[in-house]
Design a protein around this ligand. Structure first.
Ligand SMILES: NC(=O)c1ccc[n+]([C@@H]2O[C@H](COP(=O)([O-])OP(=O)(O)OC[C@H]3O[C@@H](n4cnc5c(N)ncnc54)[C@H](O)[C@@H]3O)[C@@H](O)[C@H]2O)c1
Length: 542
């Protein structure tokens, strides 16, 4: 279904030269949209602009882009203005992956100031024109599936980064840096099959004297090769298994784990490797944060939810009988290894569970991701009975979610500035739903899905969220097979009581992340209780 690799970016960002290199490396044909237009019309782009004007050129460009539907799988370099047309952006999303080669206006100017064949720069102050164009188009370019910062890279390095995004492998994974240039900087490596080279990847980063691997009995197929790999490399390794389920995220389980680590002889030079979903990631991370005042740990998430969310960002915690995540710490992993191949064994309900968090990133932070997820739903990735599990299909959207989270965490590691709070879209009501259900029956992502719908309704009531945005959100969540109404028997007042107990609450008033548009969320303080009650009542299951 998905075929091409479309390169977008400003004039001078290197789409054509880099595109050729990428096509060679991937052994795919190369197709340059501007060149095709020049060939088809027998005119240069500059002449077409001069003779027919920009509007006529854009129509021609749109027509030629539509022709790419019929060419075999290719690397396609587009013109700088192709993203201006919503139809073009939709077409590229439907027919391939879109990669944005980002260059700063300064870099672009350095490359372009002496050229004469760029019609849009034939103005009295071309640098200011370039700046204005870059500013106007930046949010449209950012809608791409992947963004590569090219300022400091040579063309070969940009090509390498594109190949890693398009076809990551265990030897050349996609790497996302969390907290770059900060004391706890670490990489998230994403590639189908990256599990197979996990021991090597971990040993390149650290040389532990001893390793403890934490997993569930049913995930031993993933954990056992690690155990063997460390042992073969002369590193004593121990397997610790725990049952599945949220109940394991407890102080009692943490205490048992401390005892098992002691018994295995683990000290501060030991490493904890966690192979599992968000429950083990949160519990294991909490134990790593506190055992002997903190030991390093590696996350190898095996659920979609853990891959896109909980294994990145360093929030680790256990639950108390009074509520979720009430005892915890910020403790960043040494690295996170994301292998979409491990999702093949995941049940459909847990795919949907993780998809809810993906939708959250799109809704709160990036409309391009939101549209990509809608496209995936339209292509039937989460069918009524069957998931399309091909890692080719999931790797880049998973990586995009991680990179969005990494940016937010890098800006606001400790949740202090309000930036990280945006990741809580859907969570104020979602956490209250989980608490009202006693953390049973509904999965985390299911509660967040209904929470997003409810918070969009709160936004609608307050006039913050446009009605069409709230409607689109609900329809998309329903299409993903996720709940859009509150659980039966849970009413607005019960939820309000739990919302007031949420640890993210500040003082007595309720602050909630609301949508102003898809991809644009804002933390709104002091929301009147009456508005919340009214909106929640509308979402109740009658
Ligand atoms: N720390 C954070 O930033 C953060 C963010 C979001 C959610 N969370 C937490 O994550 C937890 C939920 O995580 P989850 O949804 O991954 O649940 P989970 O860890 O309970 O995993 C869900 C189920 O899938 C099974 N499983 C795991 N990998 C599998 C695989 N590859 N194949 C087949 N089965 C597999 C598990 O054994 C379990 O039964 C919640 O406690 C939530 O609070 C934390």
């Amino acid at each position: 279904m998905i075929r091409h690799l479309y390169l977008v970016g400003a004039m001078g960002s290197g789409k054509t030269s880099v595109g050729r290199l990428v096509a060679q490396r991937l052994q795919l044909p190369f197709y340059d949209l501007d060149q095709q237009i020049e060939q088809a019309t027998g005119e240069t782009i500059a002449n077409l602009f001069a003779q027919q004007g920009e509007q006529a050129f854009r129509e021609l460009e749109c027509e030629m882009l539509t022709q790419t539907i019929f060419v075999p799988r290719s690397v396609i370099a587009t013109g700088g203005g192709v993203v201006l047309n919503e139809r073009n952006r939709r077409l590229m999303r439907h027919r391939g992956w879109v990669i944005y080669l980002r260059a700063s206006p300064e870099t672009l100017w350095r490359r372009l100031q002496h050229t004469t064949d760029r019609p849009l720069l034939r103005t009295e102050s071309p640098y200011e024109t370039l700046l204005a164009i870059a500013q106007q188009r930046e949010p449209l370019y950012q809608e791409a599936d992947w963004v590569i910062e090219t300022d400091a890279l040579r063309p070969e390095e940009v090509a390498d980064a594109i190949v890693r995004a398009f076809k990551p492998t265990p030897d050349a994974p996609l790497i996302i840096s969390v907290l770059p240039n900060q004391p706890h900087e670490y990489p998230v490596q994403v590639a189908p099959g990256v599990m197979t080279s996990a021991v090597q990847a971990i040993r390149q980063r650290t040389q532990p004297t001893r390793v403890a691997i934490l997993t569930h009995p049913k995930l031993r197929g993933y954990a056992d090769p690690l155990l063997a790999g460390f042992t073969q490399n002369g590193v004593p390794a121990h397997l610790i298994t725990l049952p599945s389920g949220e109940r394991v995220k407890s102080l009692r389980a943490a205490e048992r784990l401390y005892a098992q680590l002691l018994e295995a002889g683990c000290d501060r030079s030991s490493l904890l490797v966690i192979v599992g979903g968000g429950v083990l990631g949160d519990l294991g991370g909490f134990v790593a944060a506190t055992y002997m005042r903190g030991i390093p740990y590696v996350q190898i998430p095996t659920t979609l939810l853990a891959q896109v969310d909980s294994s990145v960002g360093g929030k680790v915690a256990v639950d108390l009988p009074q509520g979720k995540n009430l005892v915890g710490a910020f403790h960043q992993p040494l690295m996170t290894l994301v292998d979409p191949e491990t999702l093949r064994t995941l049940p459909l309900r847990h795919w949907r569970n993780g998809f809810a968090e993906m939708l959250k990133y799109g809704a709160a932070l990036q409309v391009g991701l939101w549209r990509r997820l809608q496209t995936m739903l339209g292509q039937g990735v989460l069918g009524a009975r069957r998931v399309r599990k091909a890692p080719d299909y999931w790797t880049l959207p998973i990586a995009r979610c991680i990179s969005l989270k990494a940016q937010v965490v890098s800006d606001d590691e400790r949740d202090l500035s309000g930036r990280r709070a945006l990741l809580n879209f859907g969570h104020t009501v979602g956490h209250a739903i989980e608490a009202a259900l006693g953390y049973q029956d509904w999965l985390h992502g299911e509660a967040i899905a209904a929470g997003m719908v409810a918070e969009a309704e709160i936004g609608r009531t307050l006039g913050v969220t446009p009605p069409e945005v709230a409607d689109e959100l609900r329809e998309t969540i329903a299409q993903a097979g996720l709940p859009t109404r509150l659980p039966a028997g849970v009413d607005a007042d019960t939820l309000l009581t739990h919302m007031r107990h949420d640890k993210k609450r500040a003082g007595d008033s309720l602050s909630i992340v609301l949508l102003e548009a898809i991809g644009n969320a804002r933390l709104i303080p002091n929301i009147p209780t009456e508005a919340i009650r009214e909106a929640l009542t509308r979402c109740a299951t009658s």
